[in-house]
Design a binder for this molecule. Structure first.
Ligand code: HEC
Length: 259
């Protein structure tokens, strides 16, 4: 369960990065106005800012390339992803604005250190950090946007549950209707056309008691390995051809059916 951990770190580190970026900008801009010297404090703030941003971008890239079920589904169908605003946001806008922020922050810092006068050092440090902070502010999935993400992730548990949206949701719905709907029913009520002859009948996924009593891992396991491996009816087929991200997406889809 690496993904929810990295996602939670990424969500919280954002505030540290933003605070350091704004602190660097404001302290250098003010020092320049007051013609104060470029001190150790200014240099340290700038260093902390780029270090925090480097770490943040690294966490982001790890999710982008390996862990995120959203980009995973988006890579499978890039054209479809570009039509869905949440998927496109994470695939393109979010990644691009943060890489731009990284560039501004590093260029500003290098130029500030190379300057000979203190006034120039302050000016370049303030511009670099200020532009970087602006790119970060633009690229964050704020709560008022269609691809909103929580401002404060309190539990790593709930993290993957919010991931199914836009094109990923549509893809998963199609897959579910094709592979699971015949038995479980399109709405997960256990009333698919092929369910009439099944003993035991598939359960109602809407049942809140079942939803809370059942772990994510056991839903994923039964989808991947089938009913027999999980000590249940062998009529629940295995899906060995589905990769981990797709199985997780199906699990999230089953979770969405809770009442
Ligand atoms: C051929 C019919 C059939 C198909 C197709 C099918 N299932 Fe099932 N599934 C069952 C039956 C029957 C059970 C009940 C097993 C039991 O209770 O012993 C079951 C059980 C389950 C359970 C466990 C519920 C519990 O009681 O804990 C999950 C989760 C599940 N299926 C998900 C899926 C998903 C997702 C798909 C599509 C990828 C799918 N199933 C496809 C028949 C099917």
């Amino acid at each position: 369960m690496l993904y929810p951990i990295v996602l939670t770190l990424h969500s919280w580190l954002r505030w540290i990065v933003l605070a350091l970026g704004l602190a660097t900008t404001i302290s250098s801009a003010r020092a320049r106005k007051q013609s104060s010297p470029y001190e150790r404090l200014h240099d340290r703030l700038g260093l902390l800012f780029v270090a925090a941003l480097d770490l943040q971008v690294t966490l982001g890239l790890v999710m982008y390339l390996w862990l995120s079920p959203m980009t995973h589904l988006a890579f499978q169908d890039p054209a479809g992803a570009m039509r869905s605003s949440p998927l496109r946001f994470f695939l393109v806008e979010h990644a691009f604005s943060m890489l731009l922020a990284l560039t501004c922050a590093h260029v500003g810092r290098v130029r500030a250190r190379r300057s000979t006068s203190d006034a120039d050092k302050h000016k370049r440090a303030a511009w670099g950090a200020g532009l970087a902070a602006a790119c970060i502010l633009i690229g964050i999935p704020w709560p008022f946007l269609p691809y909103a993400r929580p401002l404060a992730r309190l539990s790593t548990e709930e993290a993957p549950r919010q991931e199914l949206a836009g094109a990923a949701l549509e893809e998963t719905r199609k897959l579910y209707e094709l592979r699971c709907g015949p038995c479980h029913g399109v709405n997960g009520r256990g009333d698919g056309p092929a369910a009439v002859n099944l003993v035991p009948r598939p359960r109602d996924f809407g049942d809140p008691q079942w939803q809370t009593a059942t772990k994510d891992e056991s839903i994923e396991r039964i989808i991947h390995e089938g009913g027999r491996a999980a000590g249940k009816s062998m009529m629940m087929p295995a899906n060995p051809d589905l990769d981990e991200a797709t199985v997780k997406a199906l699990r999230a889809y089953v979770r969405r059916m809770a009442r």
